[in-house]
Design a binder for this molecule. Sequence first.
Ligand SMILES: C[C@H](O)[C@H](O)[C@H]1CNC2=NC(N)=NC(=O)C2=N1
Length: 130
Amino acid sequence: MTAPLDDDARAAALPELGRAGWRAVPGRDAIRKIWEFKSFVEAWGFMTRAALWAEKLNHHPEWTNVYNVVDVTLSTHDCDGLSELDLRLARRMDALAGPEARVHLDHSEPVEDLCSARARAARGAGGAPG
Ligand SMILES: C[C@H](O)[C@H](O)[C@H]1CNC2=NC(N)=NC(=O)C2=N1
């Protein structure tokens, strides 16, 4: 069973992911990031590299690909919320996407909304108690 992230771990990790373009998914204890690549082939190459790491981590994204855009949501199904594995895969995906890809920021909510039990309760999201 994968342990959900507690508030201290969230406060330590999520703001940096927020600065990299990750956002909170409304109504879920989950993070989302949308990349726009130069082409479908670049997008698919990213997904291929990310898929190999997901398999290696045994932790898999919820993702869609429309032409050159890859829309990724990370959460841990085993604990119905964010775990350390989501942080690891998010950081890995950021490294794999590289600086070239454009990041869409106009979606979802700030990741800080996931950092306290009170904020999570207010959002109606799941996730570990505080
Ligand atoms: C049986 C297998 O190890 C589990 O289903 C793994 C696979 N990949 C996973 N990926 C994600 N995102 N969450 C999980 O809980 C999870 N569990």
